[in-house]
Design a protein around this ligand. Structure first.
Ligand SMILES: Nc1ncnc2c1ncn2[C@@H]1O[C@H](COP(=O)(O)OP(=O)(O)OP(=O)(O)O)[C@@H](O)[C@H]1O
Length: 202
């Protein structure tokens, strides 16, 4: 499986943010998208997730497992916002996403254990701290099996221990044949990852 972009261009509000991007990410690889604020990192991730149309160029997933039809169906998108309902419990939110995205390797209880939230699945999502909200959202990646992880500033708000824990989860995903595209200003602890720098040098 590999994600291939050719001459990819993205725009917002009629302004071309980037163009002519060529990259390839194979199973087991991570691509870190870097660049100054406003350079288009989130825009690129949203295009890959199928939430925005590209302005130009092509994007395709080759050789994806038969269970997934196309890139959008194979992708987990973890955006800046956590896409969770504040008044539903953590468990209820994850149950919704699991029903929507399909089952994964981990049960909801196991996924919450993996992110260190085993004790608070019953709490309304809105009660959680910023870092706990992010960890609950990371648990969403584990409760449904999707090989392409698209992560926008995934470690924002995480403490050091949680960063290390998440790095291990990403390594595990890569070792199982997944791939990752992550927009980040911080190192993610993924040795050997590729980098795509958008815009003028920082
Ligand atoms: N709906 C929109 N309409 C017009 N312009 C937009 C829209 N959404 C985003 N933009 C602009 O597009 C540019 C790129 O935004 P984007 O969020 O992709 O940047 P980024 O590289 O992820 O930034 P950051 O590092 O701050 O997260 C910004 O200048 C932003 O203001």
């Amino acid at each position: 499986m590999r994600l291939v972009a050719e001459k990819l261009g993205g725009e917002r509000g009629g302004e071309l943010l980037f163009h002519g991007l060529d990259f390839m990410v194979s199973a087991g690889e991570a691509l870190l998208v870097t660049g100054r604020n406003g350079s288009g990192k989130s825009t690129l991730l949203r295009i890959i997730a199928g939430l925005l149309a590209q302005a130009e160029g092509t994007l395709r997933l080759e050789g994806e497992p038969a269970a997934f039809e196309g890139l959008a169906a194979a992708a987990h998108y973890l955006g800046h916002l956590n896409a969770m309902k504040q008044v539903l419990s953590v468990h209820e939110n994850l149950h919704f996403w699991q029903s929507f995205n399909g089952r994964g390797k981990y049960s909801i209880a196991e996924a919450l254990e993996r992110v260190g939230l085993g004790e608070i699945g019953h709490l309304p999502f809105g009660y959680l701290s910023t870092g706990q909200k992010r960890r609950a959202s990371i648990a969403r990646l584990l409760t449904s099996e999707r090989p392409v992880w698209l992560l926008d500033e995934p470690t924002a708000g995480l403490d050091k221990a949680s960063e290390t824990q998440f790095a291990a989860l990403m390594q595990e995903h890569l070792a199982r044949g997944g791939l990752i595209v992550a927009a980040t200003h911080l190192p993610l602890g993924l040795a050997g990852s590729k980098e795509l720098a958008l815009g003028a040098p920082l």
